[in-house]
Design a protein. Structure first.
Length: 203
C-alpha cells in the first residue's frame, strides 16, 4: 500500500463515521417519530427543513462525504478478495457482508434520495407523514426500503467496529470482542426501531 492509498483509505474510513453516522442516526430517529404519531413526524421533518443554511449543510456534510465514501468504497470492494468459502471465520463473513451491504446501500440511498428529495415519487419533496404514507402504500417500495435500511444499518455498525480497529482504538482481542458485541447490539436496536417505524406509515 503506497502513501496515497493509505491516506485515501483513512479518509474513506473517517468519512464513513463522521458525519455519515450522525446522518443515519438522524434518519432513524426521524422516522421513529412516526411511532408517536403523524404530528410528531411532521414536527421532526419541519425542524430539519428550518435549519439555517440547509442546502450548504446537506452538500458539505452529507452529499460530499457520501459520494467520496461510496465511490472510493466501490474501488476498495473491487480490489478486495473474499475467501469466506475457504475460511469461514466470523471476521471473513463480516468483511464479505460489509462489501455486499455497501453495494446495496449505495443503490438504496441513490433511489431513496431520488424518490423523496427530488420528486421521483411524483409528490415533490417528501417531508410529511401523509406523503411518506402514500409512497409506502406500495408494499414493494416498503419492502425494498426495509431491506435497504437494514443493510445501511449493518454497514454502519460493522464499519464502526472496523473503524475502532483500524484507528488503533481497540487493540486487543478482548476490546475487539466487546466492541463487536456492542456493534451487533446497536445494529439490532437501530434495525428494530427503523423497521417498526416503517410499519406505522401503513396504519
Amino acid at each position: 500500500m503506497n502513501t496515497n492509498e493509505f491516506y485515501l483509505k483513512r479518509i474513506h474510513s473517517l468519512l464513513g463515521v463522521v458525519p455519515l453516522t450522525f446522518f443515519l442516526l438522524e434518519h432513524v430517529f426521524t422516522i421513529s417519530r412516526a411511532i408517536v404519531g403523524p404530528k410528531a413526524f411532521d414536527a421532526a421533518t419541519a425542524f430539519l427543513q428550518s435549519l439555517p443554511l440547509l442546502y450548504a449543510l446537506e452538500i458539505l456534510f452529507i452529499a460530499v462525504p457520501l459520494l467520496f465514501h461510496g465511490l472510493y468504497g466501490i474501488v476498495i470492494a473491487f480490489e478486495s478478495k473474499n475467501n469466506v468459502l475457504a475460511y469461514s471465520y466470523a471476521r471473513n463473513w463480516n468483511f464479505y457482508l460489509q462489501r455486499i451491504t455497501a453495494y446495496i446501500t449505495i443503490a438504496f440511498v441513490s433511489w431513496h434520495v431520488w424518490l423523496f428529495r427530488f420528486g421521483g415519487a411524483g409528490l415533490g419533496q417528501v417531508t410529511t407523514f401523509d406523503k411518506v404514507a402514500k409512497i409506502f402504500a406500495d408494499p414493494v417500495v416498503l419492502g425494498l426500503h426495509a431491506l435497504g435500511l437494514v443493510c445501511a444499518i449493518f454497514h454502519l455498525t460493522n464499519g464502526l467496529w472496523t473503524f475502532l480497529i483500524t484507528w488503533g482504538i481497540t487493540v486487543g482481542p478482548r476490546a475487539q470482542r466487546f466492541s463487536q458485541y456492542a456493534a451487533w447490539g446497536l445494529c439490532a436496536l437501530l434495525s428494530v426501531s427503523g423497521l417498526v417505524a416503517l410499519t406505522y406509515f401503513r396504519v
